[in-house]
Design a protein around this ligand. Structure first.
Ligand SMILES: NC(=O)c1ccc[n+]([C@@H]2O[C@H](COP(=O)([O-])OP(=O)(O)OC[C@H]3O[C@@H](n4cnc5c(N)ncnc54)[C@H](O)[C@@H]3O)[C@@H](O)[C@H]2O)c1
Length: 352
């Protein structure tokens, strides 16, 4: 196989970026898109000139020409059923986080992918930012020595969080800190989380939804390293930026401080005031290049299939992250530390 035929299910914000990246990728032959909102389907079709455009994702799964499917649907409860069908139809799958709603569902998807010898990866796009890859490299090549502590704070605006809390009951840990937990564990692998303590604050959003404003999570790894992640989603609408992240990585031989606040470019207009562009987490196409990591991640998935390379985000890693944020939620609910592995699936138990 020299070129890949790709299908995208759900061409909203993220799926639109993935469709555009696929359309520009010379290794992609056919692009097929699916979106239930007909106006958005047309908009993305006009941008990407796909081979087919449909509102029924089953058409993509039935199409034997399509090798790989990217699933970028919301609400998040759609991820597991669509991914399961796609993997059972023999398609390689890139699935946006979260991998599933329960650990049992996540394991089922991983097992089907393994049995059918398919590439399966989860959209933890932040791993594809160059600054982030640099930090991991400095742990791997020994520059930083033994890890001591990691501190990551990520804040996004209320415009973004309203979109998220309007469609899902998942917490800031599951929807936002998940990126940083994944990232810190990736940098510090093969160390594993053994204990987590978390607290949520409920002052702002609780008036109109049942969501917390932020969640702070302290994770102990099996070698004693401590990761602290603070994820908040109540920056005021006037904040001139989508997402702002600060990170400190301290090792026995050195430290790295990362400013990922995206305040390096400022645009001022009479209509919209001051804004820091290119500051969303997935990024966006900018003329002949791409801001942000999602296009890079999309291209990497295409390469992994065509050249039989390992995917960057292994689905079992996503399952560990899922167990960690579920434990963080349980800790916040109970007000006490939770030991890992939990050997239970709180969300599954909740649903039963
Ligand atoms: N990696 C990142 O940086 C990042 C950033 C934002 C969101 N996300 C994740 O990506 C996913 C998508 O988020 P988004 O912001 O693009 O959401 P979105 O709501 O903008 O887009 C999702 C689209 O899926 C469509 N859809 C739903 N069911 C469908 C179906 N059965 N068939 C076809 N289309 C269907 C919806 O109509 C919608 O347009 C979420 O699960 C979110 O967690 C990841």
């Amino acid at each position: 196989m020299d070129r890949l035929n790709v299908g995208i299910i759900g061409t909203g914000w993220c799926g639109g970026i993935r469709a555009e990246a696929s359309a520009k990728n010379g290794l992609v032959d056919q692009l097929h898109i699916c979106e239930i909102r007909e106006d958005r389907l047309k908009e993305v079709a006009d941008l990407t000139n796909p081979t087919t455009a449909t509102t029924d994702y089953k058409e993509l799964l039935k199409n034997d020409d399509i090798h790989a499917i990217m699933i970028s649907t919301t609400p998040e409860s759609t991820h597991y059923p669509i991914a399961k069908e796609a993997l059972e139809s023999g398609k390689h799958v890139l699935l946006e986080k979260p991998i599933a709603r329960t650990l049992t569902e996540a394991e089922e998807l991983i097992t089907i992918a393994e049995k059918n010898k398919l590439q399966f990866t989860i959209g933890y796009s932040q791993r594809f930012r160059s600054k982030y890859a640099y930090v991991r490299e400095k742990f791997l090549d020994g520059t930083l020595g033994e890890p001591v502590s990691v501190l990551i704070t990520r804040n996004i605006t209320q415009q973004l969080s309203k979109r998220i809390v309007g469609r899902t009951r998942l917490s800031p840990a599951a929807m936002e800190a998940t990126h940083d937990l994944d990232y810190a564990l990736w940098c510090l692998a093969p160390r594993k989380p053994i204990r987590v303590y978390s607290q949520q604050v409920e002052k702002v959003l609780i008036k109109n939804s049942n969501s917390a404003d932020c969640q702070f999570i302290m994770v102990t790894l099996d070698d004693g390293t401590v990761i602290t992640v603070g994820a908040g989603w109540v920056l005021p609408p006037s904040y001139p930026n989508y997402s702002s992240t600060k990170m400190e990585f301290i090792g026995s031989k050195g430290a790295i401080m990362v400013d990922d606040s995206h305040n390096d470019v400022t645009i001022m207009t009479g209509e919209r005031g001051i804004e820091y562009p290119m500051s969303s987490m997935p990024g966006e196409p900018v003329a002949h290049v791409n801001a942000g990591p999602m296009a890079e991640e999309t291209n990497n998935f295409i390469d992994a299939i065509l050249f039989n390379k390992p995917v960057i985000v292994k689905p079992r890693e996503a399952k560990v992250v899922m167990e960690l944020y579920q434990a963080a939620d349980l800790s916040a609910e109970r007000g006490e530390p939770i030991n890992l592995p939990m050997n239970i699936d709180p969300l599954k138990e909740e649903q039963n």
